[in-house]
Design a protein around this ligand. Structure first.
Ligand code: PBG
Length: 342
C-alpha cells in the first residue's frame, strides 16, 4: 500500500493524534542529576567549562538538593573532590571522606531524594588514575579491594545505590560480595558497564579535578571503535550482579545503547556527559541553537535509542521545561478536564 491510500500526514497533522501516537517520551522520573561536592563551607563555585554547574560544599549541596527534589527529579549522582589526594586514594574509603559526610547530611536533610554515589579512585589519587599504580600500570586486583571498601563506606553512610565507574575487571562482583557480606544485599548497583575512553569527559575532569597526571585511560576504559566489546562488558557485569546497566558517553554512542537494549533485559541508563553538556551550552550562548528544544530533543533521542534512565547535567532545566513544554503539555484543554471532573 502506498500513496494516496497511505497518508502518514493524517496523523501528523493533528496535534492530539500526534500526542496519542507518540512512541517515546521523556519523563522527569527518568532523570538523574550529577552533582559535585567539595570540602569547606558556603562554597558554590561555578565550573568554567560547564556553565550552570557548580562545586558545592556540603551545606550548599543540601540546599541545592532540596531544589532538585522539589523539581521532581528522583535521584542525584554524587561525586566528591577530597581535601587531599594520595597514591592510594585514601579519602575515597575513609568514613570521614567528603562523599561519606555529604551522604550523611543529605539523608538527614533531604531523606526522600535517592542518592547514588559514583565509586572510583580518580578524584582521590595523586596520579589521577582510577586505580592504584604498580610499575606505572593500574593494578586491577589491588584496586578491587579499595573500590569495595569505598562502596561499603558509601552504603554505611546511607547511599541508596552504588555506581562503579572505574572499569576494572571484576569490580561489580567484588562490590556485590562486600555489600552482601555486610548485610547490604538489598542495595543495588548501577554499573558503568560500557564506558569508553572519551574526550567528552574533558569538562568533568576540570569539575572533579581528576585528570590523569601522566598517561591516559585507554588501559581500562573502552576503545570508542568497539561495540562487540560493549556486549561482552555488559554480560560480565550482569553475571557479577549488576542491577542497572549504563552506557557512557551517550550521544556518539546511541548505536551502543540500542545494541545493549536489544541484547539484555535489565534496566539501562545512559550518561549524557560533561562534554555533551558543554557543547550545547556553548552553542546556546552564541545563539546558534535553541537550548530548550535541543535539550528535549537529545533526551528524547536517548529514550528512543533504548535508555530507561538518563544521567544529565541538563536535568534541572529539563525538569522545568518538561512541565511547561507544548510537546508534553496535554493536547486536551484544561477546560475540558474541568468539565468532566465530578
Ligand atoms: C570517574 C568518572 C568520570 C566521569 C564519571 N565518572 C571521568 C573519567 O572517567 O575520566 C565522566 C563524567 C562526565 O564527563 O560528565 N572515573
Amino acid at each position: 500500500m502506498s500513496f494516496p491510500t497511505q497518508r502518514p500526514r493524517r496523523i501528523r497533522g493533528v496535534s492530539l493524534l500526534r500526542q496519542m501516537t507518540r512512541e517515546n517520551q521523556v519523563s522527569i522520573h527518568d532523570l538523574i542529576y550529577p552533582i559535585f561536592v567539595v570540602p569547606g563551607q558556603g562554597i558554590k563555585k561555578e565550573i568554567a567549562s560547564m556553565p550552570g554547574q557548580y562545586q558545592y560544599s556540603i551545606d550548599q549541596l543540601v540546599q541545592e538538593s532540596k531544589t532538585v527534589f522539589s523539581l521532581g527529579i528522583p535521584a542525584i549522582l554524587l561525586f566528591g573532590i577530597p581535601a587531599a589526594k594520595d597514591e592510594m586514594g585514601q579519602d575515597a574509603y575513609a568514613p570521614s571522606g567528603i562523599v561519606q559526610q555529604a551522604v550523611r547530611a543529605l539523608k538527614k536533610e533531604v531523606p526522600k531524594l535517592f542518592v547514588i554515589t559514583d565509586v572510583c579512585l580518580c578524584e582521590y589519587t595523586s596520579h589521577g588514575h582510577c586505580g592504584v599504580l604498580k610499575g606505572g600500570h593500574v593494578d586491577n586486583d589491588k584496586t578491587l579491594e579499595l573500590l569495595s571498601k569505598t562502596a561499603l563506606s558509601h552504603v554505611e553512610a546511607g547511599a541508596d545505590m552504588i555506581a562503579p565507574s572505574d572499569m576494572m575487571d571484576g569490580r561489580v562482583g567484588a562490590i556485590r560480595k562486600m555489600l552482601d557480606q555486610h548485610g547490604f544485599q538489598n542495595t543495588p548497583i548501577m554499573a558503568y558497564s560500557v564506558k569508553y575512553a572519551s574526550a567528552f569527559y574533558g569538562p568533568f575532569r576540570e569539575a572533579a579535578q581528576s585528570a590523569p597526571q601522566s598517561g591516559d585511560r585507554f588501559g581500562y576504559q573502552m576503545d570508542p571503535a568497539n561495540v562487540r566489546e560493549a556486549i561482552l562488558e555488559t554480560k560480565l557485569d550482569i553475571e557479577e550482579g549488576a542491577d542497572i546497566l549504563m552506557v557512557k558517553p551517550a550521544l556518539a554512542y546511541m548505536d551502543v545503547i540500542r545494541a545493549v537494549r536489544e541484547k539484555f533485559d535489565l534496566p539501562l541508563a545512559c550518561y549524557n556527559v560533561s562534554g555533551e553538556y558543554a557543547m550545547v551550552k556553548a552553542a546556546a550562548r552564541e545563539g546558534y541553537l535553541d537550548e530548550k528544544r535541543i535539550v528535549l530533543e537529545i533526551l528524547t533521542g536517548l529514550k528512543r535509542a533504548g535508555a530507561d534512565l538518563i544521567i544529565s547535567y541538563h536535568a534541572k532545566d529539563a525538569a522545568k521545561w518538561l512541565r511547561e513544554s507544548p510537546e508534553t503539555e496535554s493536547a486536551i484543554s484544561s477546560d475540558r478536564l474541568l468539565k468532566i471532573s465530578p
